[in-house]
Structure formats: C-alpha cells, structure tokens
Design a protein. Structure first.
Ligand code: NAX
Ligand code: ADP
Ligand code: K
Length: 490
C-alpha cells in the first residue's frame, strides 16, 4: 500500500524525530536523497548547470544543501533567492562554501533585473530545483513566486520539485493559479496527499520517496493499492465453490434507447469474480446475443431471483422504479449513471446494506449542486462531501479515481487509483467499471475494497488494451482477465 499523510501528521512525526537527532540531521538526510535523485536524473553532474529556486523556508534549505552537494561534484550551481534576508542561512553558507553563486535579487536589483536574470539562468540550465515552498505552503503561490514557476514550467531543463511542486496544495492536490510542473518530485518521509490526487499528481511528474526515518502511526489520509494489495483482495473460488457460493450479481441497466450499456455492464460483471450474472431490464435480447451465459429476467429487480449484489443505473434512462426496487433490497448496491439522478437520498441513507455510488465529475457536480469544474478542482473534498451526504461509499471517476467510505469525514483514508490511462475516456467504459465492481461486491468484497479493486483492474485493463492506441469500452472489458492475471502474477 502506498500511503500519504496530512501535513499535520508529518509535522508531528518530524518534531518527534528531530527531538532525538542532532540539529539539522533531518535536513541533511533530505538533501542527500535529493542530490542523489538529481544526479540520477541528469546523468552527468560535472559541468551541468543547475538553478535553485529558493523560498524562505526549510524547503529552500533542502534545495540549497542539495545544490551544495551538486556543486561539490562539479556542477555550476546558482541560487535564485525569493527573500534573501529570510533564506536558510546554513544552506546558503554551504552553497557558497561549495562554490555556488547567487543571482541578482528582487530586493537589491529590482524586479525587472531579478526576473531577467532568473529567466536567463533557467533558459540555460540543465536542471532546475524547485525549493520555493513545501509543506509550509499557504494558499496560491504569491505574486513574487508565481513568475518563477511559470518560467520553470516552460524550461527545457529537467525540473525537480523538492518535497512537492510549489503551487500544489500538500493536503488536497488542489492547484490555484501557477504551479511548478516537475519531471520528478523528491518527497521526504512519506508521500503527501497532493502528490497522489489530481490535479497535483499531474504536476508532480514521477515521485521518488526518500526515507528520512519518520515513523507515521495511525490512519493515512490517502492510500493507493499496489499489485500485492489487490492480489490479496481478489476473490478466488475454493475447491468447494459453486456458482452460487461465488456470488450472483444482478445488473439492472440499459433501456430501449441504450441497450449497449446493459451489454457493457454485463461484460464487466462476467469478468469480476461473481459466479453468475443476472440481467434485468429491456435489453435482454442484446445481452443474451452477446453473452449467452447471462441469466435474464424481465420481471423487475424485486422478482428477478436472489442476488448477492445489484448494479443499477447504466443506460437506464428514466426507470425510477427499478432504482427504488434495487435500493429496497437488503444486499450491497452499486448506483451508477442515470441511477445516481434517480436515487432518493433518504432511501440511500436509510439502507442497512452497503451502497456504492460511482459518479464521474459531472454527475458528482449535479448531486452536490455545484459546477463540474468545482468537483475537478477539489476532488478530495467533493468525494468526502458526497460520501457524507449520502452515507454511502463514493467512487469518483476521473484521471485519478477516488474512493471514500461512508463516513465522509477527513479521518478515514480515501483510496486513490492511478492505474488508468486517458484512453479510458471513451463512451461506455464506465459501464464496464460498474459491472466489474458490482461483481466484486457480489463476491464478498466491502464497498471500499470493491470500488478500489474495480478501479485498479479497470485502469490496468484500459492500459493493456490501449497500449498507446484508441480502444472501445468492449476492448477494456476483454482485457480484464489480462489485468487480473497481471495482478495475481505480481
Ligand atoms: N521539518 C523537518 O524536519 C524537515 C523539513 N524538510 C523540508 O522543510 C519543508 C517545510 O519547511 P517550512 O516549514 O519551513 O515550510 P516551507 O519551506 O514549505 O514554506 C514556508 C515558507 O514559504 C513561504 N510561503 C508559504 N506559502 C507560500 C506561497 N503560497 N507562496 C510563496 N511562498 C509561500 C512562507 O512565507 C515561508 O517562509 C518541507 O517541505 C521539506 O522540504 C526537510 O528538510 C526534511 C526535514
Ligand atoms: N483522463 C482519464 N484518465 C484515466 N481514466 C479516465 C480518464 N477519463 C476517464 N477515465 C476513466 O474512464 C471511465 C469513464 O467512465 P464514465 O465517465 O462513466 O464513462 P461512460 O459514462 O461513457 O461509461 C472511468 O473509469 C474513468 O475513471
Ligand atoms: K517545492
């Protein structure tokens, strides 16, 4: 499991560790790891041109000490200081001792000369280190720092963010205004939520974690399943299993207008671990024609026969009665697409069995009564808010998919999944996800596990199916067994 902790938790862990170590030891660990990562990235340190963007906190201190290490190995290192009088004094002295230089400053030389010099240096650099701000960030980048982020983001040089890209909110991944676009982020002690959740994740580039010895007890703020975690959660039939013991998933989906949604949801469900798929709705002929193994019924969810979990909503049009019948069932229910619009909030809140809602940003926005952009800007807050309002587990789809448990509060970890690819942004791929995830629910996974395992397999299948080329949703479904095998084989 990859875990990310809130700034507050990181600060507490740092204080405890610092109390047991000599002054400055932690920063030296951070700077050593940072310099090593930079050296790996540029390949040849000797003769390389390195620019340090240095803010007034310890994040700047890390950049200065790492710069000193690179200067000792023969790099030409220049620091651009945002606040010379408040720069980390030890770091700056170390850089000077190692032969590094300092660019003209805003305070002494005026803003135009400062920006011209910074632009020149960044233009000619092989490597830019972003030490503007780290976990001490408050609000959007300030007006003096924002132009540096813009210059670095356009640079031909490799850009390494120190701890996290400046301009990305450490706890949420929100980006308000300018932010550093890094090729690599070297983060210390633990991942930060903002590195795993979009839009921050996209700004971070690849992320390297440097162990500085922090011990982080208690619940993470954000966690991301890895192959081994998913492998442990996948349902595997035992010797005594039969199709009913493996679980039956009911799919109430599709309409005369959208029969394909039913077919795609079933295509995902058949590959999700349930022993049988029961389809209920007006697209039975289309479903059977494509998947003859499906059990079909035209009697509505209540009379369709026993299932261990329901999926309701994909392509369902305005069939509110099917949604109400499914919500009345005492088994786990996944609500997707049209079902989200038709589900009564009190009926969802009143359920005893687990409920999993799977909106994309547009659907989440409609449920929350805000604009879609607001959900995309603040994905963590949005998923927690929805989970709290409905008392349900919520899976918010997108480039990073988030899964929040029914508590909705900040205390419980939100799962994040980034196995996907933007090729998954294709009509019907959400239907495949809902069938797959419903199947995992029927096989006995909890709502949070089913959602996060479903998103993981679906993203991986998308990647395997696409392999750099456009694919249809049915290709994603067909690649699910490949993804499953890939996970099991490790
Ligand atoms: N505390 C520790 O034990 C360690 C801290 N480390 C580094 O220290 C960093 C945290 O240091 P600090 O607590 O000094 O905080 P930061 O250096 O992250 O930020 C604080 C400084 O940035 C300025 N600032 C805040 N918001 C800003 C904004 N929106 N735009 C521009 N400037 C802004 C503040 O005025 C303040 O001077 C970590 O991110 C990490 O890089 C590492 O050295 C590892 C050890
Ligand atoms: N840019 C992206 N990167 C990765 N995955 C994406 C991206 N855009 C969409 N997806 C994934 O593709 C699927 C699309 O689902 P959805 O929006 O419900 O589509 P549809 O309604 O057409 O089935 C979701 O699993 C979502 O997470
Ligand atoms: K930074």
């Amino acid at each position: 499991m990859r875990t990310a902790y809130s700034v507050e938790t990181v600060r507490t862990a740092e204080r405890e560790l610092m109390a047991r170590l000599p002054d400055g030891a932690l920063m030296q660990r951070a700077a050593a790891g940072l310099a090593a990562a930079c050296a790996d990235l540029v390949g040849r340190v000797y003769g390389s041109r390195v620019v340090l963007l240095v803010g007034s906190g310890d994040n700047g201190g890390d950049a200065l000490y790492a710069g000193a290490r690179l200067a000792r190995r023969g790099a030409g290192v220049t620091a651009v200081l945002l606040a010379p009088e408040r720069t980390h004094a030890g770091g700056l002295a170390a850089l000077r001792r190692a032969g590094g230089g300092v660019a003209p400053s805003r305070q002494a030389d005026g803003i135009p000369a400062f920006l011209r010099a910074a632009a020149d240096l960044i233009d000619r650099a092989d490597l830019v280190l972003d030490g503007i701000v780290g976990i001490g960030a408050k609000g959007p980048l300030r007006p003096d720092a924002a132009p540096l982020a813009a210059l670095a983001s356009r640079a031909r040089a490799a850009v390494v963010a120190v701890d996290l890209p400046s301009g990305v909110d450490p706890d949420t991944g929100e980006v308000d205004g300018e932010a550093i676009r890094a090729d690599l982020t070297v983060t210390f002690g633990t991942h930060k939520p903002g590195l795993l959740v979009d839009p921050g994740r996209e700004y971070a580039g690849s992320v390297r974690l440097v162990d500085i010895g922090l011990s982080l007890p208690g619940e993470a703020a954000v966690e991301a399943l890895q192959h081994a975690d998913v492998a442990r959660l996948l349902p595997v039939p035992g010797a005594e299993s039969d199709k009913y013991r493996r679980g039956v998933v009911g799919i109430a989906a599709g309409s005369a207008r959208y029969p394909g949604a039913a077919v795609l949801a079933v295509s995902g469900a058949l590959r999700g671990g349930a022993g049988a798929v029961r389809y209920v709705g007006p697209a039975a002929d289309a479903v059977i024609a494509r998947f003859p193994e499906t059990l079909v019924s035209d009697r509505g969810p209540r009379k369709a026969g026993r299932v261990q979990a329901w999926v309701v909503g994909p392509g369902a049009g305005d069939d509110a009665s099917a949604v109400a019948e499914v919500l009345a069932a005492d088994v786990p229910v996944l609500i997707d697409a049209d079902g989200l619009r038709l589900a009564d909030v009190d009926a969802v809140r009143g359920r005893d069995a687990p409920t999993l809602m799977t909106p994309h940003a547009g659907e989440a926005a409609a449920l929350l009564g805000v604009a879609r952009e607001e959900v995309e800007r603040a994905r963590l807050d949005s998923v927690r808010e929805l989970a709290g309002r409905y008392g349900a587990t919520v899976l918010l789809k997108g480039s990073t998919t988030l899964v929040a448990g029914p508590g909705g509060g900040a205390a419980a970890a939100v799962r994040v999944n980034a196995t996907g690819t933007s090729w998954l942004a294709t009509a019907g791929s959400g239907d495949v996800l809902s069938g797959l995830t419903g199947s995992l629910l029927a096989a006995g996974l909890s709502a949070v596990d089913a959602g996060s395992v479903g998103a993981y397999l679906h993203g991986l299948a998308g990647r395997l199916a696409a392999d750099g080329a456009p694919v249809g949703a049915h290709d994603v479904a067909a690649a699910l067994p490949l993804a499953w095998r890939d996970v099991v084989r490790g």
